[in-house]
Design a protein around this ligand. Structure first.
Ligand SMILES: [Zn+2]
Length: 56
């Protein structure tokens, strides 16, 4: 992981709001897209574990 890449992509966030009652599947999908477009915060371990389970 590189340092100094934790920049917030405000435009992406504006178009991709996480629903308040998001399901785990929605959260996983959101974080996968988020990681591609924005580095404001790291992916939570619980999300990483779900992705590892799916093998995607
Ligand atoms: Zn972000």
């Amino acid at each position: 992981m590189k340092a100094g890449t934790n920049k917030t992509n405000k435009e992406w966030h504006a178009g991709h709001r996480m629903p308040k009652n998001a399901t785990l599947a929605q959260r996983v999908a959101w974080h996968i897209e988020h990681a591609k477009h924005c580095g404001c915060r790291p992916m939570p371990d619980s999300i990483k574990q779900e992705i590892a389970k799916k093998g995607t």
